[in-house]
Design a protein. Sequence first.
Length: 192
Amino acid sequence: MSRLSPTAPITAVVYQDRRPPDALLAGVAAKLGAAGVSLAGFVEKDLPRPGRTRCDMILEDLATGTQVQISEDRGEGARGCRLQVGELLRAMTSAVASLENRPDLLIVNKFGKTEGEGGGFRPLIAAAIEQGTPVLIAVPARNLDPWRRFAGELAVEYHHDDVASAATLCRLLGVEDAPEVGALNSARALRQ
C-alpha cells in the first residue's frame, strides 16, 4: 500500500513539445526521496552534444541509480527516431523487477511515441496500477489521444504550467511535508 494519496491512480503532467518537464520530475523525485518515499521508474536527463542539434537521452532508474542511454548517435545530419528500443526495454525490465519491492510511486519520464503505438513502458505502467502503486508520468500534448485511450478514467491530467513546481506536484500526490531539496543535491536525483 502506497504512502501517497493522489486523486487518481495515474497523475499525468501534460506538456508542449520542446518544454519537457524533466527537471520537474527530477525535483519531485528528489523531494519525495528525501521524505523517505520509495520510488521506482525513471527520470530523464538530456545531455547536450557539442556540434550537434540533438542531445543524448539518459534515463536514471530511481530504484537503483543506474543510468541507461536510450538514444542512438546517428550523426549530425540524421533525421528520424533516435530511440534505441532495446535499451528502453532493458530499462523497463529493470523497473518491473523493482515493483516487487512495492514502491510508493512509479515515475515514468514520458508517454512517448513508442507507448502511443502500444509498446515501451505500457507494461510497466499496467503492472504498477495492478498492484496499487500510483504512477506519475509526463505526456507530450501530441500524444494525448493515444494516452487517453490507454489510461482512460484512471488518470488525472495537469498542464505543466499549472504544476510548475515540485512542491505543487508533491501536494497533488498527497505529500504535504516534502522537504525542500535541490533536484541535483539528492541521492535520488540525476547524477552529473
